[in-house]
Design a protein around this ligand. Structure first.
Ligand code: DHB
Ligand code: FE
Length: 283
């Protein structure tokens, strides 16, 4: 049986890749952020997951505002970065995984989640930055990645209640896959931030920390918020909390917090790194 052995949350902002490319990790600005990562990298290197399911949002690259799947899943063998950022970087492709991807896609549709299923998909910083953070130097080629994309850019967006339910459905789908695979789930992005408009730059530390606490102990409580609540409390891009919630939804057994590092601001965001160990429920 495939097993989800853990879940983690991490920022995905493009400035991180730029800081890594320029060796800025030890500078006073970046150090409190990067200092959080070694324990998570060590855990991943020790556990050696076969597959990563990665929730991210496409920031207008593959899915622009004229065509926006609410939820999309990649089933390709490979994903190429096409994010412009500081000019399109030539980074290695991300390795895909087609069997478990198709199994999840099929069971989600059967379970009432009408996914957009992508046999080809260009990816952006939402996917590549977290992978590079965990395996620096873009050394992530050995791990198979299943991208799951949640619309967090263009209203109407799926509500927290629904993204949490999507995660739970993915948790059930993994549990019903026969092959012995160890899976880790990434929820990327967040936390509070707003990139434009009058409230650009707002950060709500208190709310971010409350969300991290609740993600461990009572994630369902976070589904009481609507996306408009999140915009008000945590800024227009605070809705990226949906990716963290979807990750937590997949952890349908017992969780234990192994590590956390909250730091704000980093670029325009509150950054919440958290590692949760997961034990699958008894069958
Ligand atoms: C930033 C935040 C994001 O969520 C993003 O996708 C890009 C940039 C930022 O704060 O710089
Ligand atoms: Fe983002």
């Amino acid at each position: 049986m495939a097993k989800i052995i853990g879940g983690l949350t991490t920022s995905h902002i493009p400035a991180i890749a730029n800081a890594m490319a320029n060796g800025l990790e030890e500078t006073p600005y970046w150090k409190p952020f990067f200092d959080g990562y070694p324990p998570v990298r060590d855990w991943l290197n020790e556990k050696k997951p076969d597959v990563i399911i990665l929730f991210y949002n496409d920031h207008g690259l593959e899915f622009f505002i004229d065509k926006k799947p609410t939820f999309a899943i990649g089933v390709a063998d490979e994903y190429h970065n096409a994010d412009e950022g500081w000019g399109i970087p030539t980074i290695p492709p991300v390795t895909g995984e087609s069997e478990l991807s198709w199994h999840i896609a099929n069971s989600l549709v059967e379970d009432g989640f009408d996914m957009t299923i992508c046999q080809e998909m260009k990816v952006d910083h939402g996917l590549t930055v977290p992978l590079n953070l965990m395996w620096p130097g873009y050394n992530y080629g050995h791990v198979k990645v299943i991208p799951v994309c949640i619309n967090c850019e263009q209203h109407p967006m799926p509500q927290p209640k629904r993204t949490f339910a999507l995660g739970q459905a993915i948790g059930r789908a993994v549990a019903s896959f026969d092959e012995d695979l160890n899976v880790v789930v990434f929820g990327t992005g967040g936390m509070s931030h707003q990139l434009d408009g009058e409230r650009a730059g707002i950060i709500n530390r208190k709310f971010d920390i409350e969300c991290l606490d609740k993600l461990v102990t009572d994630p369902e409580d976070l589904t009481k918020y609507s996306n408009l609540d999140l915009v008000e409390i945590a800024g227009a891009q605070g809705v990226e909390l949906n990716m963290l919630l979807a990750m937590r939804g997949t952890l349908i057994g017992q969780v234990k917090e192994l590590h956390r590092n909250y730091h704000a601001p980093i670029s325009n965001t509150g950054s919440g790194l958290m590692l949760l160990e997961h034990t699958m429920p008894e069958k």
